[in-house]
Design a protein around this ligand. Structure first.
Ligand code: COA
Ligand code: AMP
Length: 628
């Protein structure tokens, strides 16, 4: 069946269509119903286990010797392969370690780890016993970790002693210690993976050496959980400093991800699949850990960067050496490679003909990067659009089912499960080709968020209240006459830096905490490498008379310390006042247009238009608009 027939079949009978997809997996009790309005989840009456389906199922089918994980780590100079049988043993042992620490079904476990196979083992170990993991990206600092610990209240934490960034070791354990001091909730146990590059001191009675514990663990069996039970919580940026805890229900997650592997990515059991992201992001959850393993593929855990580890040919080496068939990353990674190797000379050194397609997501795929990648690799470059909230593609080109013509600049068409509409501010549907808010008709498909952790009212307010009957994506865009979607911008104060979703509100909260800052604003300014970079505007308290550079440097250090290096907050400027509407709303979108050198329309409600000129001259002092 092609895309049009498949989409129509789903639309005609969503419950029946998804139940058919669910039959591809193993269940302790197979689902008999599709969408369940009471829990806002799918397959709520099913019982099953994600770790069983990712690991044990393949071993039971006689594929124990197949490689499940390849850890390729240029930063440590090591490469390791783990078979499905070995993975089963490790997951069962780590699950046993969690049990021994009193972690039971429904308990939360925070995972704070670099790109090592143990991160996946930890996720699967939680799934095995029905515990709910929450992975925190290593680039977040102690305060962000503390906020997440307080929100999901983990019984245990599994952490690496350190991560390795090019040129420096990031010691995770002191950050974890600081987070536990900052947090009100105190986890009972911390299981630490000691790494050679930086071993950590352990707190007696609270901290345990993970390897020691695993060597003496009693392996734990898979525990069946309900279809509607949460598989994990993943925090993502909203408009405030408090991140949103996206809840992922067990059954829908498995079914939807499993479907995508064949139909979107075009891979099957035994194929090698690589998502160059990080387990701390949704791409890492779905496409480094769960989906490739559900499909019986070999997944690559890459601990390195697209450039500098050691050079701009690293990605091509990994693709050729491990025979990668399907490759997924963010466009920013390709922009980094292109900057170092504009002619793509490095790619010529490797045998890449096993690669079938390249997939981009995480940020807008700009035509220059898409075209360059296509020229260098000679494979289709497929943009697809999704969010932490959905867990997999809302719109894509279903390459594995029926490769549709590619329109550069568009993530193509809605996937089965998603009825995407473009709405006016009043909630009216916009004609083809006209810009509006991108919304999805409810109910959302399997695997998408049913709520936010411990914040159902916030869930409704953030996603459901604006357009009754629809999920509000927070993106603006259009659908053309052929049904192709174009995603143009965010409608909120979320920015996208190197494919990482960040909250300007969170940065503003940190800046506002500086004793000399009376008021502030953060915007995302266009950046040729990272897509966007944050820029801060600081209004100082009356009487402050210190050099501007000193205050700016302190603010930069503050954001790095409190949010983390991932915020990439490096520039700020002092201004006398901020442009606002008469009702007091800061005009961030216009400030961003000024930073990007774009025209803007003077809002009728602006308090004092002269302030925009002041913003322009302040920006020019720090090099904006940048020459491109
Ligand atoms: N632990 C600790 N620190 C981390 C980290 C981690 N896991 N990941 C990143 N950081 C640090 C970096 O070292 C950097 O620190 P610096 O300011 O001291 O240089 C900072 O956070 C910003 O990181 P990043 O945004 O990744 O920038 P970069 O300059 O190191 O690399 C790219 C830029 C484009 C090469 C890189 O972002 C990349 O490969 N991105 C594409 C893939 C991806 O991960 N996308 C995510 C969603 S799909
Ligand atoms: P995240 O939740 O971190 O995956 O970020 C999701 C947001 O990233 C989306 O709401 C978009 O704003 C942006 N995004 C992700 N993929 C794309 C894409 N293919 N094209 C345009 N924007 C994208």
């Amino acid at each position: 069946m092609g895309y049009a027939e498949t989409y129509a079949a789903w639309k005609a009978d969503p419950d029946g269509w998804w139940l058919k997809q669910a039959a591809a997996l193993d269940w302790s009790k197979a689902p008999t119903q599709g969408y369940d309005a009471a829990t806002n989840t799918w397959f709520a009456d099913a019982m099953g286990n994600t770790a069983w389906n990712c690991v044990d199922r393949h071993v039971a089918a006689g594929h124990g010797e197949r490689v499940a994980i390849i850890h390729d780590s240029p930063v440590t100079g090591t490469k390791t392969k783990i078979t499905y049988a070995e993975l089963q043993d490790r997951v069962a042992r780590m699950a046993g370690v969690l049990h021994a620490q009193g972690v039971l079904k429904g308990d939360r476990v925070v995972i704070y780890m670099p790109m090592v196979p143990e991160a996946l083992v930890a996720m699967l170990a939680c799934a095995r016993i029905g515990a709910v993991h929450s992975v925190v990206f290593g680039g977040f600092a102690a305060r962000e970790l503390a906020v997440r610990i307080d929100d999901c209240k983990p019984r245990a934490v599994i952490a690496g002693s350190c991560g390795i960034e090019p040129g420096r070791v990031v010691h995770y354990k002191p950050l974890l210690d600081e987070a536990i001091v900052l947090a009100e909730h105190k986890p009972e146990a911390c299981l630490i993976l000691q790494r050679e590059a930086g071993e950590a001191d352990l707190v007696p009675g609270r901290d345990f050496d993970l390897a020691d514990e695993m060597s003496r663990a009693v392996p734990a069996d898979c525990v069946p959980v309900k279809g509607s039970d949460p598989a994990y919580i993943l925090y993502t940026s909203g408009t405030t400093g408090q991140p949103k805890g996206v809840v992922r229900p067990m059954a829908g997650h498995m079914v939807a991800l499993h479907w995508t592997m064949k139909n979107i990515y075009g891979v099957e059991a035994g194929d090698v699949y690589w998502a160059a992201s990080d387990v701390g992001w949704v791409v890492g959850h779905s496409y480094i850990c769960y989906a490739p393993l559900l499909a019986g593929c070999t997944t690559i855990v890459f601990e390195g960067k697209p450039v500098g580890t050691p050079d701009a040919g690293t990605f091509w080496r990994v693709i050729s050496e491990h025979k990668v068939k399907s490759f997924f990353t963010a466009p920013t990674a390709f922009r980094a490679i292109k900057r170092e190797d504009p002619k793509g000379e490095e790619a010529k050194k490797y045998y890449l003909s096993g690669l079938q397609a390249l997939f981009f997501a995480g940020e807008r795929a700009d035509p220059d990067t898409v075209n360059w990648a296509g020229d260098v690799l000679g494979v289709p470059v497929i943009d697809h659009w999704w969010q932490t909230e959905t867990g997999y593609a809302i719109a894509a080109n279903p390459f594995g089912m029926d490769a549709l013509p590619i329109k550069v600049g568009s993530p193509s068409v809605a996937m089965p499960g998603y009825d995407v509409r473009i709405l006016s501010p009043e909630g009216e549907e916009m004609p083809a080709g006209e810009l509006g808010a991108v919304a999805i008709k409810l109910p959302l498909p399997p695997g998408t968020l049913p709520t936010l952790w411990d914040a159902d009212a916030r869930f409704r307010k953030s996603y459901l209240d604006t357009f009754p009957g629809y999920y509000e994506t927070g993106d603006a865009g259009l659908i053309d006459a052929d049904g192709y979607l174009f995603i143009m911008a965010r409608t909120d104060d979320v920015i996208n830096v190197a494919g990482h979703r960040l909250s300007t509100g969170a940065m503003e909260e940190v800046l506002a905490g500086h004793p000399d800052v009376a008021e502030c604003a953060v915007i995302g300014a266009a950046d040729p490498l990272k897509g966007q970079l944050p820029v801060g505007f600081l209004c100082l308290s009356k009487g402050v008379n210190r050099p501007e550079e000193e205050i700016v440097a302190e603010c930069v250090a503050r954001v790095r310390h409190e949010i983390g290096p991932v915020a990439a907050f490096k520039s700020a400027v002092v201004v006398d006042r901020l442009p606002k509407t008469r009702s007091g709303k800061i005009l961030r979108a216009i400030m961003a247009r000024i930073a990007d050198g774009q025209d803007y329309k003077m809002p009728a409600t602006i308090d004092d238009p002269v302030i925009l000129e002041e913003i322009g001259s302040a920006l020019s002092r720090i090099g904006y608009p940048a020459a491109r």
